[in-house]
Design a protein around this ligand. Sequence first.
Ligand code: GLU
Length: 450
Amino acid sequence: MNSYVQSVIDKVKEKHGTEPEFVQTVEEVFSSIVPVIEKHPEYVKYDLLNRMVEPERMFTFHIVWMDDEGNYHTNIGYRCQFNGAIGPYKGGLRFQKNVNPSIIKFLGFEQTFKNALTGLPIGGAKGGSDFDPAGKSDAEILRFCQSFMTALYRYIGPDIDVPAGDMGVGGREIGYLFGQYRRLTGAWKNGVMTGKGLASGGSLIRPEATGYGAVYYLCEVLKHENDSIEGKRIAVSGYGNVAWGIMKKAAELGAKVTYMAGPDGYVHDPDGINTEEKLNFILEMRAKDSMHCKPYAEKFCCEFVEGTKHWGAKDVDIVMPAALQNDVTMEWAEKIAASGAKYYIEVANMPTTNDALNYLRSQKHMIVAPSKAVNAGGVGVSALEMSQNSERLVWTAEEVDQHLRKMMIEIHKASAEAAAEYGLGYDLVAGANLAGFKKVAEAMMEQGPF
Ligand code: GLU
């Protein structure tokens, strides 16, 4: 390890001991970019890395809201505008009770390199709140979103910072947030947020984009291996928007998702979650209760195993973690490696602990792809929504889908080429870090290195 890179990682560890997820992502990204640092001594001279690990701006705010019984509650809101070198800050809002500064910062840091990989001019940001949407009424969600935006609206804008959804923030929440933004500012501001409903200026294919993009990326990996998606069995975790998009696109292309998992356990459907009836049922199930996937097994008479994960199941070709961070730890990684599955395609943001990821990467029989490349289609289509809004145009679903597919092909190509350039072979993890980092670093240098 290069001594400058190591010194930055050590400093982050020392300074941010209470932010484990943030330390983890810095270590993961920076351990890949050593060859670029060695090629660019000026990055060391101008101390680029220490600058990169400090968000350009990060703030908290309180959100006071009233529940349906008239009781008042206070939550913390966050926005971390991590790096704006290549475009307006861009990234989602996460509403989940475990949200804390470490999670927001790790997501903002990842987002910076992910957004760079899309090839579009968007900087990296993330935000959210420790508000728990589970079990809240529609009116409570509305009041919370209005209060959240009342605190945030001064600090965002189409050329400043363009928020979107993430866990706990879907089309409904974006609608309420955007409505309050308009009420407060009296302006539409080129849509200001992405992931809006179609009637409010949203883009076709945005809800499906992350899942579809992940499958398009997967197809590129398969092509590289002279393999095809046809007939493949896929295990996902989660059954949210992203996992749902994977199920739908995989079915369309002749593959099938045979495992999915939720907080309550996992479902095994050997026939595949691939019919319209099954896919619609998941939407209904999720809308009613986002914590349980057991009703799917009851409805379609398949196996449900409570309180555990399916990682390591033997009848799987492709593993796609699409739920929370650090879902796959070393113990699960060993089971996955032993299962014989060849493809480990991360989808959720940082779903694998660093030791588990490095272990999987070291398996000769496996191909590993990183989330910041695989899930970049979501934010990529968000950038297309920004384009459509500012140009006052509406693209057809086919046009957006074509752009998305092209973007995923390019991301895969750029990652593979970056790894090859530095003699790393087909290392998609290192390649994505190298390609994303190079772009952000170049922009930072162009804008005044000191
Ligand atoms: N939250 C999503 C992500 O992790 C989408 C962000 C966006 O569309 O701005 O990339």
